[in-house]
Design a protein around this ligand. Structure first.
Ligand code: SF4
Ligand code: SF4
Ligand code: FES
Length: 250
């Protein structure tokens, strides 16, 4: 018997950063194991809307196709998540695809997420290594320390946590959960800890950690199950201790 099952996708489109957005609907033949990215690849092979109008392929970011690169994040049925791991059979139809709302749209579903990378620069989210000469072996890190750091190191910079956060907006300038969690990661690294004071200082004041309202949306959408609220409370405590200590040192 011929396969008559179909998949209906409603996709929010925008031609350029300044254009008005509009919706287009597509109907595709169902195949086992389809996901959102494979559906958009199918649209690219035959870009025709459900009502028969010729259109253009959908623009979106993707690379690894296995939830590692973090580039394919978008709103799928209103939830921030990765398109490559969103199985069609697990989604309610029609499936709504929209770009993130808190990041500038470049085109269709592709957005500019550079704010996260700027925030990571502000908190110096790296291990400082001075010079290109042989520095010798680094400090030993115990298996227990490695185990504690590993979940934090799994961040893929997808920005889902920031999109879902009620406090991440232009009014607050909040850095967001991913950046705070990276502060925790690098502050607990024996060599990374050299910049601990500077990292904590960068989280004080406007847009800093005090903007977090502990709504916990971030931890619910993180595709890598990073313990974000735990990072926020740990780093929050350290920021307060450093700020109070500095007051008494004045
Ligand atoms: S706990 Fe809530 S307010 Fe804080 S970063 Fe997460 S989503 Fe945002
Ligand atoms: S913390 Fe989680 S949701 Fe946020 S950017 Fe990293 S992987 Fe994505
Ligand atoms: S394509 Fe890399 S995370 Fe989806």
């Amino acid at each position: 018997m011929a396969n008559t099952k179909t998949v209906i996708l409603k996709i929010k489109r925008q031609d350029n950063p300044n254009a008005k957005s509009h919706w287009e609907e597509f109907e595709l033949a169902w195949h086992p194991g389809m996901n959102v990215i494979s559906s958009m690849m199918e649209i690219a092979r035959n870009p025709v809307t459900r009502d028969g109008k010729a259109t253009t392929p959908i623009t979106y970011d993707s690379n690894c196709l296995e939830e590692v690169c973090g580039s394919c994040a978008m709103l799928i049925n209103g939830r921030a998540r990765m398109a490559c791991s969103a199985l069609i059979d697990k989604l309610e139809q029609p499936i709504r695809l929209e770009p993130f709302t808190k990041f500038p749209v470049i085109r269709d579903l592709a957005v500019d997420r550079s704010v996260l990378f700027e925030n990571l620069k502000t908190v110096k989210a790296w291990v400082p290594i001075d010079g290109t000469y042989d520095l010798g072996s680094g400090p030993r890190i115990s298996p227990e320390e490695q185990e504690a750091a590993y979940p934090l190191s799994r961040c893929i910079s997808c920005c889902c946590c920031m999109e879902a956060c009620p406090q991440f907006n232009d009014d607050t300038g909040f850095v967001g959960a991913a950046t705070i969690s990276q502060v925790r990661l690098f502050n607990t690294h024996p060599t990374g800890a050299a910049l601990k004071r500077e990292r904590l200082a960068a989280l004080i004041g406007d847009g800093g950690i005090q903007e977090c309202g502990y709504a916990q949306n971030c931890v619910e959408v993180c595709p890598k199950d990073i313990p974000l609220t735990q990072s926020i409370s740990e780093v929050g405590g350290e920021v307060i201790r450093q700020a109070v200590g500095d007051l008494f040192r004045k």
